[in-house]
Write a protein that binds this ligand. Sequence first.
Ligand code: MN
Length: 130
Amino acid sequence: MTSTILLIEDNAQNRYLTKFLLEHRGHRVLLADSGPRGIALASAAMPSLILLDIQLPGMDGHAVARVLKADPQLRGIPIIAVTSYAMVGDREKCFASGAEGYIEKPIDPDTFVDEVERYLPARPDLDPAP
Ligand code: MN
C-alpha cells in the first residue's frame, strides 16, 4: 500500500536514507528541512503520516509537534518522532508534545519501514465491507 509520508529533517544524509528506504517500499516521500517548511508542507499536502526529527535548528521538533496538534486540519495525522536523544524521559517528552510514535536514531534499515507502517492509518478502501 502506498502512502504519502512527510519527513521533516535537517540532516541531508538522514533525508536521503529515509527517503530511499520508504520509496523502496512504494511510499511517496515529501521532504522538509525545517519545522516551518514542514508545517507549511503538511497543510498543503495532507500526508498520511509525518516523520519528525526532534533536533532541528530554530524551531525544534517538540515545537513543531505542538503546532501540528493544535491545528484542527492537521491534528489527525500521526507523528513519529525520530531522534538520537538517548536521555531518560525523552520518549515521554515526545509523547507529551503530541507524537504518537518514537523511533531512535540511528535508524535500522532492516526494521525502519515496518516500524513506520505500523503507524499508518488504515485505509478505508481496503477495509472489508461491513
Ligand atoms: Mn536534526
